[in-house]
Design a binder for this molecule. Structure first.
Ligand code: C2O
Ligand code: CU
Ligand code: CU
Length: 489
């Protein structure tokens, strides 16, 4: 399957679809596209072949992204100010790397909110090009969703309104500018957005400094230590450097106790298989807590998926080192047990009561495939057209979508299906019950080539247009694998 995937992407690259870069595509569209910013030009000019930066493992401490503080708190509203800006960041030891960021750091500041409190975040775009903000997994109105055709112009500001009327969970925010999202996110426009609740607090799970978001992703560098965003090759072959919270194979000092790790795979394209020489228990997924804890021997995350995992370092002697390893990118991160600790946290045997599935009023089939000319990836035979509505959904109703990944002329090609607006439930995979890690709410789901997955979603509250797409970012951003639904009253 891996081999065939390479072939399919290679074919896309060879047809010239790739040579017409996203930037040109953006310029050719009606999309408000600015001239390419100077610093990206320079990067493009210097970008030689991808090189191995040869960073010595476990010499840099993994940072925990700082938490963005509200500038004003009023009633049940929290007001924030944030920005989009270019920044020279410290990814590689001893050199600066140009990045596109939220708030100036390669991993954006974490936004931690409380369920039921509304967050109004004023984002100012200090980049030289249009860009926006999508709250991935957020239940928000269309004008706060970071719709691809709805960027913030350079120099302008925009208030995004996040109601946070949804379960406590691990979300993330990232750029979603039409044709540019793959490159923007790859260059650093990504951060955590955590929704917390009192109910979850009372459960006694590890909290505060023992609740750590970890963004894992791959990247490629050129000889100058700059991020190489290459389109001509299979990204799984070129993007070989693992990053944990923006550092190459860092270490992270821990106490000999339980930790809650909120792990996000923010890679554009790569699926990651993680192992650790300590017990891992999955307690949550994209949409918050699972019904029950799930012991894991391996944690597999597709792009944009999150897993909330409790890792138990109790009983480990000070000095113990445990490597979070992957078969895809090698070692990712080392946990160093540096101190003993008193631990009163717990993992309750039942985490969440799942309501019975609502009766569905409509069933649809969504087909993912290679485009007819093998120049694109398509949903139901078509590339994204912002002027076309692909599914009309009645507000408040429940639907079952069968997402079918067709067998292409090159064989099976994997995709990752993501829907905006809703958290859905996975009903089955090719008729079989979903694995325990997929029994909670999800917004992103892996669809292996030549298989189908059925999901059920209730489209409550908002009307308007929302996209659904493959979350292998280049597939959606550059090759067209995106469609849209319109929720109507
Ligand atoms: Cu994470 Cu449409 O995106
Ligand atoms: Cu999303
Ligand atoms: Cu895809």
């Amino acid at each position: 399957m891996q081999r065939r995937h390479v072939l399919a992407l290679g074919t896309l690259a060879a047809t010239g679809a790739v040579a017409a870069t996203a930037r040109q595509a953006a310029a050719a569209d009606e999309t408000p596209a600015a001239p390419p910013p100077e610093h990206l030009h320079q990067q493009a000019a210097s970008a030689g072949p991808v090189v191995d930066p040869d960073v010595e493992s476990f010499t840099v401490r993994m940072p925990v992204p700082r938490v963005l503080r509200p500038t004003r708190v009023h009633g049940d509203h929290d007001y924030y100010e944030h920005d989009l800006r270019p920044a020279d960041v410290d990814i590689l030891p001893g050199r600066k790397t140009a990045a596109l960021t939220y708030g100036g750091s390669f991993i954006a500041p974490t936004i931690r909110v409380k369920a039921g409190r509304r967050a109004k975040i004023k984002f100012t775009n200090r980049l030289a090009e249009p860009a926006n903000v999508h709250l991935h997994g957020g239940h928000v109105a269309p004008d706060s969703d970071g719709y691809p055709m709805d960027p913030i112009a350079p120099g302008a500001s925009r208030v995004y309104d996040y109601p946070n009327r949804q379960a406590a969970t691990t979300l993330w925010y990232h750029d979603h500018t039409h044709h540019m999202e793959a490159e923007h996110v790859y260059r650093g426009m990504h951060g955590f957005y955590l929704i917390e609740s009192d109910a979850e607090k009372r459960m006694g799970l590890p909290s505060d400094e023992y609740d750590v978001p970890i963004m894992i992703r791959d990247v490629a560098f050129d000889a100058d230590g700059q991020i190489a965003f290459e389109l001509g090759n299979d990204p799984d072959v070129t993007r070989l450097v693992p990053l944990a919270n923006g550092k190459v194979r860092p270490f992270f000092p821990v106490a000999a106790r339980r930790y809650r790790l909120r792990i996000l795979n923010a890679s554009n394209h790569r699926r990651i298989h993680l192992t650790l020489g300590a017990p891992m228990t999955q307690i949550g997924s994209d949409g918050g807590l699972l019904p029950r804890p799930v012991p894991l021997s391996e944690l597999v995350l597709s792009p944009a998926e999150r897993a909330d995992v409790v890792v138990d370092f109790r009983g480990r002697a000070v000095g113990t080192q445990l490597v979070l390893d992957s078969k895809d990118l090698g070692p990712i991160l080392r946990f160093d047990v540096t101190r003993r600790a008193h631990d009163t946290s717990r993992v309750p045997p039942v985490l969440r009561a799942m309501p019975p599935l609502a009766p569905a009023v409509r069933e649809r089939e969504i087909v993912l495939d290679l485009g007819p000319e093998q120049r694109s990836f398509v949903i139901d035979g078509k590339v994204f057209d912002p002027d076309r509505v692909d599914a009309v959904v009645t507000r408040g109703t429940t639907e079952i979508w069968t997402i079918k990944n067709a067998t292409t002329v090159f064989g099976p090609v994997d995709h990752v299906f993501h829907m905006h607006l809703v958290q859905f439930r996975v009903l089955d995979r090719d008729g079989a019950p979903p694995p325990p890690g997929e029994t909670g709410y999800k917004d992103t789901v892996f669809i292996p080539g030549s298989t189908s997955v059925r999901v059920e979603a209730t489209f409550a509250d908002f009307v308007g247009r929302y996209v659904y797409h493959c979350h292998m970012m280049e597939h959606a951003s550059i090759f067209g694998m995106m469609a849209q639904m319109e929720i109507v009253p």
